[in-house]
Design a protein around this ligand. Structure first.
Ligand code: NAP
Length: 235
């Protein structure tokens, strides 16, 4: 029986590309979604994979997700939301929402997935940060803080779980062409491409390739790392 990979937020964007890529590598993938049921179920049908709904802001729903999905060998904490605005315009509710999805959601999923991995003395966790989690972004303080927290979580868990044979790494994408860029118009996107040394915006498949590598035995001695996939944007 093959190994199971659960990618949170795999109804769309980077997560959907990741489950397609992991399925091609032979993983039994489990799709997770919150609102985008039609897209998740279409992808599940195409891949012959199960799909589970859970709002990662809700601890009870995360626990139910892991009960339904069963033990996972690879967890990719990818579900995330963006939030734009000056910090002084970011109210408590907006701040909490970003942290609740991006940071608390990852914490809850890791906490649910780890016991099985420890029992197996094997496992793999990939946390989805961002260039902004590493370098910070003006007018995205909540998002940057939520993603910086995942860098700390990655390093701490890599130390905590290394003795149990579990690798934990962090992916820090640059500007990737998904619904998350919806607020940017053509001129903004052109400017972002020009700010990227490789001269283009990234594709979800670019990040999926990195996830597939980190999930593979080829990355067997890599843990606790924050690896950019940004066309040089963070330089
Ligand atoms: P996206 O296309 O907007 O997809 C976001 C995914 O997160 C969706 O599958 C969505 O599920 C899920 N999600 C959002 N809120 C959720 C919640 N409360 N509970 C459960 N799932 C939830 O975004 P993306 O660009 O693929 O982003 C994926 C990850 O990469 C995020 O963590 C993002 O911060 C990170 N990232 C993106 C970029 C970029 O430029 N695109 C750059 C750096 C990092 P539903 O649609 O089903 O609700």
């Amino acid at each position: 029986m093959g190994k199971t990979a659960l990618v949170t937020g795999s109804s769309r964007g980077i997560g959907a590309a990741a489950v397609r890529r992991l399925a091609a590598d032979g993983w039994n993938v489990a799709i997770h979604y919150n609102r985008s049921e039609d897209q998740a179920l279409a992808l599940a049908k195409a891949l012959g994979a199960p799909a589970y709904r859970a709002d990662v802001r809700d601890p009870g729903q995360v626990d139910a997700l892991f009960r339904a999905a069963g033990p996972v060998d690879l967890l990719v904490c990818n579900a995330g939301i963006a939030q734009y605005g000056l910090l002084t315009d970011t109210d408590e509710a907006a701040w909490r929402d970003v942290l609740a999805v991006n940071t608390d959601g990852a914490y809850r999923c890791c906490r649910a997935a780890i016991p099985h991995m420890v029992r197996q003395k094997a496992g793999n966790i990939i946390l989805m940060s961002s260039v902004w989690g590493v370098y910070g972004a003006s007018c995205e303080a909540a998002y940057s803080a939520s993603k910086a927290a995942l860098v700390g979580l990655t390093k701490a868990l890599a130390k905590e779980l290394g003795p149990s044979g579990i690798r934990v790494n962090c992916v820090a994408p640059g500007v990737i062409d998904t619904d998350m860029l919806a607020q940017f118009d053509r001129a903004d996107r052109q400017a972002l491409a020009e700010q990227t040394p490789l001269g283009r915006i990234g594709r979800p498949e670019d990040v999926a390739e990195l996830i597939a590598f980190l999930a593979s035995d080829s990355a067997g001695f890599i843990t606790g790392q924050v690896i950019g996939c940004d066309g040089g944007f963070g330089l």
